[in-house]
Every structure is written in C-alpha cells, then in structure tokens.
Design a protein around this ligand. Structure first.
Ligand SMILES: *Cc1c(COP(=O)(O)O)cnc(C)c1O
Length: 423
C-alpha cells in the first residue's frame, strides 16, 4: 500500500474502490489532455483580456457610497467584455445571483406588449416566476409581456418548423438555455446555439437573442456571445467566479442591451454609473483568473463520475463518451437510499461542514423532498463540489463542481464507496 492509498484508507475509501477508480482513470488520459488544452487556451484568453484592459493594482481596491468612477468595477466589466468579445458587460456584486442577472436582462429589454420566446423548451425553474409561467408578484406577465415556448423534438433537436411558426410581430426576445439544468435533455454546444440564433435572426434580425450561460463558461473555447448572442448571462458563484467570487452575476453583450439591463439593476438615469464594489473586486478578478482551470477540474470530476458509475451499471447523463458543454453530471441511482448515500458521500468529502450528515427535506418550489450536499467556502456555490437530488422517481442525483480535480476525485470516490456500502 502506498502513502496515497494509506490516506484514502484513513478517509474511509476501501481498496476495491481505489482499484476500480484507477482502472477507470487509465482510460481517461486522452480526454483529460484535451480538457487541459482547452484550459490552457482559456487561461491565455483571460490573461490577455486582463492585460488588454490594463488591470492595475489600483483596480483591486473597491469604492464605497455611490461608487462613482469605480476604476476596478469599470475595468472588470471591460475584462468580461474582452473575454466574451462583446461591446459591453455588466458585472456586479449587486447582481445577487444568476436568476437576478437573467431577470434584469429580460426586464430591461422587454416592454409591455412584447413577447418572449423560449425555442428550446422550458427554462430553468426559477425563471418560471420571473416570466410568470407560474403566477408571481412582479412577473413579466404582470407587465403585459407574453410568453411562448417551443419544446424540443424527441431527439433533443430544435423544432425549427414550430419555432418559425411561433415567431410573430410581437416577438422581441428569444431566451436560450445552454445547460440542461434539472431536465434530462442534452446540453447544447455553442455551435448548436449559434445555429439556432442564425435561424431566428434570419426570420427577424431585430429579435434580441439571450443565452443563459450558467455552468457552460470555459467548457469550450468559444462562448455564445461569439456566435451571435446579444446577451450572454451567468452567475459568479458558478464557473466564471472560479470559486473565489463571493457573490455576483454578469451580462455580456451589445451595449444597447447591457445598458437596458443596467437601468433595471439600478435606476433609469443612473444605470452603470452607480454601484460601489465595496471589497469584493480582488476576488472577482482572481476568481476569473482561476476560472479556466477550476472549470477544467469540474469537467474532469464530472467525466470521472460518469465513467465510474456507468461502469457500475447506472444510467448516467451525459454518458461516459459524450462531449461536454457544461459541468453537470446526472446519475440515476434508482432508489432513495442510494441518492441519500451518494449525497452523504459528497458531504463527507467537504473541507467545510464535512462532519455534517445531509437529510432530505421539503424545499420551497419543489413537490418532493430534496437532499443537498455542499460543504462550501461560499454558501450555495455550485462550482464547489456539490450534489443534490429530489427524492422521487427515477431517483437521480445531480453532481457538479470541484475546485480542484484532486478534490473532485476524492469526493466521487467517497460517494461511490457509500453507494457500494449499501448495495
Ligand atoms: C444556476 C442556474 C441559473 C440561476 O440560478 P441561481 O441559483 O439564481 O444563480 C439559471 N439557469 C441555469 C441553467 C442554472 O444552472
């Protein structure tokens, strides 16, 4: 037994799990090499973006009060615009989460009488209340903005005929979600998103195309903003925050669209001019600097989990061979006990709250109890090693994150061990 195996043993991983993991990993060398290449490309892209924006030590300091002339904030927004190759970006700690970023992008760019179209099926759960699919105080629906949806075809491709029919003279904005979220469809590649945007723009070039980019950033070399998206939107406690950003969201896109969102974040007239960055800028810059390699670690962890559990006979989405366009891994475990065991395994690998044992509980907005595992430095951060699963058929867990590949690997081995122990 070598020293690593010895430590694994002390951490509750049995020999057969170590052996199986090594076997699975031996087959992953080529794929991991490709992920490292993408990380290198994106790392260079990020450093170049920072240098081109002339990031200086002074940019790391924050402002207070109104935050007029906040050099660090304005330069960070230039960095994001450089990375996403857009005219402008809004990147702020005042954007409280991904849903908030998406909501101000929508509310800022839609007016009463306009119609919003989702051509790729149902959007993320939290957006249902923003849009008014589920009645909610302050929704777009309350302001007279209508909504239309075109579902995907059975093979998860876009239903172009139905999309063409759905677009009418009221259609103002199209929202496209890159990641599958908690659905079982596939995640779209940037290329596929680009094809959909071209199709929409061919019908009416004035339609604003927005992409919900959550969990997708840096999994490829290009972002949706490079294939025609007018707004690319996401959360800083996922990929682009690199695990260091304590809060925030971003909108990168056409200047007009970004300004429209900014006056909804603050107020008409004030727009991007106000919004003190307080003391968070250093972590937003450093997090972005780390984001390409952190995303690579999360991708490796997802692929390892996929291969290990597929090998053990479980259904995994994406499967072990699929190319990746986000960091989410779904594993169908088939029983509530195994979902709970998996989450307990992830939790017991955490650097923070590793001694806590998660239990299923009722959550607002869900019909069934949900179990969540997260021992994170940033509360609720899902770029850190985390898992969750609703306790309902088909008893699947959604796994994501891992700030380092080494930690992701350990977490998955822990989860695997716990599932194995109750088989
Ligand atoms: C996480 C996520 C969001 C936004 O979620 P928040 O929890 O509000 O940050 C939106 N869309 C998708 C696809 C997501 O994964």
């Amino acid at each position: 037994m070598n020293d690593i195996e010895d430590l694994f043993g002390q951490l509750g991983i049995k020999e057969e799990t170590i052996k199986k993991s090594n076997e699975v990993l031996a087959g992953l060398e080529e794929r991991f090499k490709a992920i490292d290449e993408t990380a290198l490309y994106n790392q260079l892209k990020v450093v170049k973006a920072m240098q081109d924006a002339r990031v200086s030590e002074a940019c790391l300091m924050g402002t207070t009060g109104y935050g007029y002339n906040d050099l660090g904030r304005d330069t960070l927004e230039e960095v994001y615009a450089n990375i996403f190759k857009t005219e402008a970006a809004l990147v702020r700690p005042q954007i409280t989460c991904g849903t908030h970023a998406l909501a101000i992008a929508l509310m800022g760019n839609l007016r009463p009488g306009d119609e919003l179209l989702s051509p790729a099926g149902k959007p993320y759960d939290t957006l249902e209340e923003v849009i008014g699919i589920r009645d909610s105080r302050g929704s777009l629906k309350e302001y007279g903005i209508t909504y239309r949806q075109v579902d995907l075809l059975s093979d998860d491709s876009f239903d172009y005929d139905a999309i063409k029919k759905a677009i009418n003279e009221k259609t103002k904005l199209v929202t496209i979600q890159r990641s599958k979220g908690y659905q079982t469809r596939k995640t779209f590649s940037v290329k596929e998103i680009g094809e959909l945007i071209s199709f929409v723009k061919n019908i009416n070039s004035d339609i604003i195309c927005m992409v919900d980019n959550c969990y997708g950033e840096f999994t490829e070399r290009i972002e949706p903003s490079e294939v025609g998206a007018d707004m690319t939107v996401g959360s800083l406690i996922k990929n682009p925050g690199g695990g260091l950003a304590p809060i925030g969201g971003y909108i990168a896109g056409r200047k007009e669209c970004v300004e429209n969102a900014a006056v909804r974040l603050t107020t008409p007239g004030l727009g991007r001019e106000v919004g003190a960055s307080l003391d968070v800028l250093r972590s937003l810059y450093q997090g972005m600097f780390m984001a390409p390699t952190v995303t690579a670690s999360a991708l490796k962890s997802a692929i390892f989990a996929s291969c290990l559990f597929e090998d053990a006979g479980y259904k995994v989405v994406p499967d072990s061979k699929a190319t990746r366009h986000d960091i989410i891994q779904a594993i169908t475990l088939g029983s509530p006990e195994k979902v709970i065991a998996f989450c307990k395994g992830i939790q017991s690998a955490a650097p923070v709250d590793g001694f806590v044992s998660p239990e299923p509980s009722d959550m607002p907005g869900y019909d069934d109890p949900v179990i969540m595992a997260a021992g994170a430095f940033v509360s609720g951060s899902s770029i850190e090693l985390s898992a969750d699963g609703p306790i309902k058929e088909p008893y699947a867990v959604y796994f994501q994150g891992g700030l380092t590949w080494e930690h992701g690997k350990f977490g998955i081995m822990k989860a695997y061990q716990k599932v194995l122990d109750i088989e």
